[in-house]
Design a protein around this ligand. Structure first.
Ligand code: FE
Ligand code: FE
Ligand code: ZN
Length: 303
């Protein structure tokens, strides 16, 4: 069975709200941030809520091993120009791993980092150094390096760069990869031939290292280095390609996570925003594109 979900919010009741939101989309997995992705303010974890969330997952056949956390994207392990900030990023990622352990979550996606005003090589060396400090063997949760679009000075936009980071990590049991189809497309990889990408990947990195896949269409052409996600079938990758990727045999046991935009989020209309995930999940499960799905979402959620 397809393991499919979306990013969900970590609400007032933390991960319990995340599970409930995922269930409302008929998802069998989900991804969450332990707070706002744009800041590093975090609340303590309530054991009681965690237990309730675990129960609810069990009851609904959500395997917790398929659930992933995402680190905030404002920490930057590649930038060592301000040592205090770099150390703060290291400490924060470490604390996120401890939080994941407390939540019972064993995968955390991380944007490798931005090589601001330095070469990518130097940026990658800083990332390796930082991750070797973070992954000191005292925590359990794995870090999954996300493949990036190559916007600005982003590290990790090619198979080679991801491989270079992995090769520098001493504790290699705690490192993995998260593919993002929008990022791959924007980085220049051809999503019309995903098997060719996996072939190239496997020449450098064991396919077993892929532990999560972000399934997004892209608003921009291949190689644009932009990183703007689009709803399924409404971008340059297209529904059929995304469907093929979702059902690729070599990634059968890998959880697929939608990070597509909310409806109304990207246009300037005064429209309220609605989550597309229930409908996108349904299309993937049915293996059939519903050309009216945007309309259906607006009808269900509001007007
Ligand atoms: Fe990400
Ligand atoms: Fe992503
Ligand atoms: Zn993105």
């Amino acid at each position: 069975m397809l393991i499919i979900g979306s990013h969900v919010s970590y609400g007032k009741h933390g991960i319990l709200d995340s599970v409930e939101e995922a269930l409302s989309y008929n998802a069998n997995t989900f991804m969450f941030y332990t707070g706002a992705p744009t800041n590093t303010i975090r609340k303590d974890i309530d054991k009681d809520i965690v237990n309730q969330a675990h129960e609810l997952m069990k009851k609904n056949n959500i395997d917790i091993n398929n659930v992933v956390c995402h680190a905030p994207y404002i920490v930057n392990l590649a930038n060592k120009s301000d040592l205090d900030k770099w150390q703060f990023s290291i400490d924060f990622i470490k604390k996120e791993l401890i939080r994941c352990d407390e939540l019972g979550i064993n995968k955390m996606v991380l944007h490798p980092g931005n090589a601001v005003k330095i070469s990518k090589e130097e940026g990658i060396n800083n990332i390796i150094e930082a991750l070797n400090i973070v992954l000191d063997g005292t925590t359990n949760c794995q870090i999954l390096l996300e493949t990036m679009a190559g916007k600005g000075s982003e590290c990790g936009s090619s198979i080679e760069e991801i491989n270079n980071i992995i090769n520098g990590i001493k504790n290699n049991k705690q490192i993995g990869v998260c593919l993002d189809t929008c990022h791959l497309n924007d980085a220049g990889y051809d999503m019309n031939d995903f098997d060719k990408y996996l072939d190239d990947f496997s020449k450098n990195i064991d396919l077993k290292m892929i532990k999560c896949l972000h399934l997004n269409d892209s608003k921009n052409e291949r190689g644009s280095h932009k990183d703007r996600h689009a709803n399924l079938g409404i971008g340059t990758i297209g529904f059929d390609n995304l469907l093929n990727i979702a059902y690729n045999d070599r990634l059968k046991n890998v959880p697929k996570i939608l990070e597509t935009p909310y409806i109304g989020e990207t246009d300037d209309s005064k429209e309220r925003i609605y989550p597309p995930y229930k409908y996108e999940i349904e299309m993937l499960r049915n293996k059939k594109y519903n050309k009216d799905y945007m309309k259906n979402i607006r009808e269900e959620y509001g007007r």
